[in-house]
Ligand binder design. Structure first.
Ligand SMILES: *Cc1c(COP(=O)(O)O)cnc(C)c1O
Length: 348
């Protein structure tokens, strides 16, 4: 099986497994796990923030961030296809007690011009806006990337109104590889950033939430409430440290593979493809007369896994457990399934 469903399917490397087996550990609820402490320090350095906390999942990192920047009854602004709104089981409402104010943006990339239309000041009729949430890269919009100038502009304007900015940077290292800036610069002005170790970076479990020290101290309490206080978590952090140090350099290859997939799909009859900016390729099969579910099942029968993301939309994600050869093979199969016209090799 060539698994292009998600970069979450990456398995820990032999180096990670070795480090996990040999990790120095302690009780992390007492902040006595030296490996977790090292990971949190490194994550803070890499993101240029005062502190960071290791959380079991990206969802928990986002949940804690929304909670620490808001109080019940406020609103936060996000893009209408945001992960926090659509894929986190209404956690923002359930735990944070806030209302999402979704705004649509082309490519999923919000700008201050769009955001300002949703900002509400305090009045007897309004629940005031407390937070702006931006997703970089934006998953469902196709792995799209914010420019630093745009992020800085959003932050400057938000901060002038005393709003906080949280970045769902599940794939911020992909954004970094695409725009050529270190993560630290990309997130320079945001109040907090969550990033996943368990996606393209390849760790088995875990995400980081980074921000100001006070906020992260508070985050530690919310993590405990949510059942995310882990004990000898150093065995996981050991893999996370390797993911953080050595995986970002591998991401450009994933992006090249995604481009190859995008180019191959563009050749197919009835297929429209959004050319990828990073490691996520979205394409639409409406023109083939088949549904995404049918097409995905047909791919699966031939050994290629992708995800149907709508009636006719399909997502393919590249990652370090699929090689260039795997991607080319997958595209041969996809071409066959979707009835690519066969050009006969010269019969003369
Ligand atoms: C994957 C993802 C998350 C968090 O996912 P977990 O599975 O909880 O680690 C958050 N935001 C985005 C954009 C994601 O793609």
């Amino acid at each position: 099986m060539i698994d292009l469903r998600s970069d979450t399917v990456t398995k820990p490397t032999p180096e990670m497994r070795h480090a996990m087996a040999n990790a120095e550990v302690g009780d992390d609820v007492y902040q006595e796990d030296p490996t977790v402490n090292r990971l949190e320090e490194r994550a803070a350095e890499v993101s240029g923030k005062e502190a960071a906390i290791f959380v079991p999942s990206g969802c928990m990192g986002n949940t804690i961030a929304l909670k620490m920047h808001t109080v019940h009854g406020q609103e936060f602004i996000c893009e209408s296809r945001a992960h926090v709104l659509n894929y986190e089981l209404a956690m923002a409402a359930w735990f944070t007690g806030c209302l999402a104010r979704p705004l649509y943006a082309d490519r999923g990339v919000l700008t201050w011009d769009i955001i300002k239309t949703g900002v509400k000041a305090f009045s007897p009729h309004n629940s005031p806006t407390a937070l702006v949430e931006i997703e970089n890269t934006h998953n469902v919009a196709g792995g799209t990337v914010y420019t630093k100038a745009n992020i800085d502009d959003i932050c400057d304007n938000a901060h002038a109104l005393k709003l906080k900015v949280h970045m769902d940077g599940a794939r911020v290292f992909n954004a970094s590889a695409a725009c050529g800036l270190p993560v630290k610069q990309i997130v320079e002005k945001v109040d907090s950033v969550m990033f996943c170790l368990s996606k393209g970076l390849g760790a088995p479990v875990g995400s980081m939430l980074a921000g100001a020290r006070d906020a992260i101290d508070q985050a530690r309490l919310y993590r405990k409430r949510l059942g995310g206080g882990m004990r000898q978590a150093g065995v996981l952090a050991a893999a996370g440290l390797i993911a953080l140090e050595s995986s970002p350099a591998k991401l450009p290859l994933d992006h090249e593979n995604a481009k190859r997939i995008g180019a191959a799909l563009a050749e197919l009859p009835g297929v429209t493809v959004t050319q990828p900016e990073t490691n996520i390729v979205f394409f639409d099969v409406a023109g083939t007369g088949r549904t995404a579910a049918e097409v995905v099942d047909a791919f699966k029968a031939e050994g290629v896994l992708m995800i149907a993301m709508g009636p006719t939309a399909i997502r393919a994600v590249t990652h370090f457990d699929v090689s260039r050869a795997d991607c080319d093979k997958a595209m041969d199969i996809v071409g066959r399934v979707l009835g690519k016209p066969v050009f006969a090799i010269s019969a003369n």
